[in-house]
Design a protein around this ligand. Structure first.
Ligand code: GLC
Length: 438
């Protein structure tokens, strides 16, 4: 096995077990509350954007509460934006004054986040944008995304990109050196020629690995949400990352390399339609949809990194809190069908999805069926079945109207009913199926 792949497999063992994480996009952009890209989409100058720093009070920021919420939801890791594209640092960087410790809140928000989540036994990660719209040596005019991309007066003469890289490396080194053990470094994102060698990615990864050899890294020093980069090849670069990071979608067949070997991946998805706090955006996904997204990711060998966008006071929106609570109640009963599970290598059933861990299959029944639930081609292969939520026995059915289809196995949720029967859990009813040793 290729050394990069071997190392990646070792480092991601906990990650492939965890399956479910919290993404947190928080920063100055929570004040205008129109999403984290507003400097670029509204082409705001520094002078128009930076005064928001003087209002950043975060008076209700209580990361212990966030950590408890994540734990209750069944999340096993959490990733907070330490610095987004706007350049504002939620940590006490010695390399800039554009940071939370210089805002009215006067706090190192990253340090408090890390301490609170570690205390709850949740693995921790930091998102760091390699893009920086504030730094004078980052390309402005003509760049694909910079807020001043259409302003010739912001020409790139006299911008020294090496100065910017020194700043970027320095901040990443601060995060890796001054904040204890990190489990994830989530870099974002590459585009056009702003990728790979432009970031000095090989040297960057060498630095990261020399300080924190076990931290896992996403694939966006090479790619973005739209392409996975060399992590899918059989000869991945040293900066190809430890996991792929499809965004706002779930890969139709999961993600495998060119030889068909599963590779670690996570879909990062928002609860409404924005990463950062967007006061107008109340289009939240239901708990049912979140559970189905999580099951879909796991059924395809991946993780779900589910995003919350706290407001400027440091509060996670009430809609998000309610959804996470409902998801957590389901996870409490059914987490065994998620953690450490993956591809079942079976066709997707009509009624829902399969996840699998070793010799145990989990049938996630999401839709009522006319009559018995069908386990295709599984006649004679099942040791026993249990309703996961209460360990009650589920017996195989051999009702008269099923006999003709004898290559399949069937079951009813209610042994006394031979017709359609409401699902015990309308969110997703999980049946634990112990397969006979082959
Ligand atoms: C995209 C967005 C960025 C967000 C990231 C999360 O790159 O541009 O704002 O942080 O997705 O995956």
């Amino acid at each position: 096995m290729n050394k990069v792949v071997e190392e990646r497999t070792r480092r991601t063992e906990w990650y492939r077990e965890a399956r479910f994480g919290m993404f947190i996009h928080w920063g100055l952009y929570a004040i205008p509350a129109r999403g984290e890209w507003l400097r670029s989409t509204e082409q705001l100058t520094r002078e128009e954007y930076e005064p928001f720093k003087d209002e950043f009070t975060t008076e209700n920021y209580n990361p212990k509460e966030w950590a408890r919420m994540a734990k209750e939801a069944g999340m096993k890791y959490a990733v907070l934006t330490a610095k987004h594209h706007d350049g504002f640092c939620l940590f006490d960087s010695k390399l800039t004054d554009f940071k939370s410790t210089n805002a009215p809140c006067g706090r190192d928000l990253v340090r408090e986040f890390l301490e609170a989540f570690r205390e709850e036994g949740i693995r921790v990660g930091l998102y760091y944008s390699v893009i920086d719209w504030r730094h004078p040596d980052f390309p402005h005019y003509g760049d694909m995304h910079h807020p001043m991309r259409n302003r010739p007066e912001y020409s790139n003469e006299n911008r020294n990109f090496d100065n910017y890289l020194e700043y970027m490396f320095g901040q990443i080194k601060e995060l890796l050196t001054d904040y204890g053990k990190l489990d994830v470094m989530w870099f974002d994102f590459s585009y056009g020629n702003m990728k790979c060698d432009t970031w000095k990615a090989k040297e960057l990864i060498e630095m990261v690995r020399s300080i924190q050899p076990d931290v896992i890294i996403d694939n966006r020093l090479e790619g973005s949400g739209e392409n996975a980069g060399s992590i899918r090849t059989l000869d991945p670069t040293p900066y190809s990352g430890d996991f792929a990071s499809p965004e706002q979608m779930i890969p139709p067949a999961g993600i495998r390399d060119e030889a068909g070997n599963p590779i670690p991946w996570e879909s990062c998805i928002t609860l409404n339609n924005n990463w950062g706090y967007a006061a107008h955006d109340h289009h939240y996904k239901s708990a049912k949809m979140v559970i189905h997204m999580l099951v879909e990711c796991v059924s395809k060998g991946g993780n779900l990194l589910l995003n919350v966008g706290p407001n400027a006071k440091g509060e996670i929106p009430g809609e998000s809190v309610a959804i996470l609570r409902e998801v957590g109640a389901w996870m409490k009963k059914n987490g065994k069908s998620i953690y450490g599970c993956g591809y079942a290598e079976l066709p997707k059933p009509e009624w829902g999805r399969f996840t699998r861990r070793g010799n145990v299959l989990y049938a996630h029944v999401m839709e009522e069926q006319a009559g018995a639930i069908c386990l295709e081609d599984m006649a004679g292969k099942i040791e026993k079945m249990r309703l996961l939520s209460d360990n009650s026995e589920i017996k195989q059915a051999n009702y008269w109207n099923l006999k003709e289809f004898s290559q399949n196995a069937f079951f009813f949720f209610n042994p006394h009913a031979s017709d359609c029967y409401p699902l015990p859990d309308e969110l997703d009813t999980v049946v634990e199926i112990y397969l006979k040793e082959e």
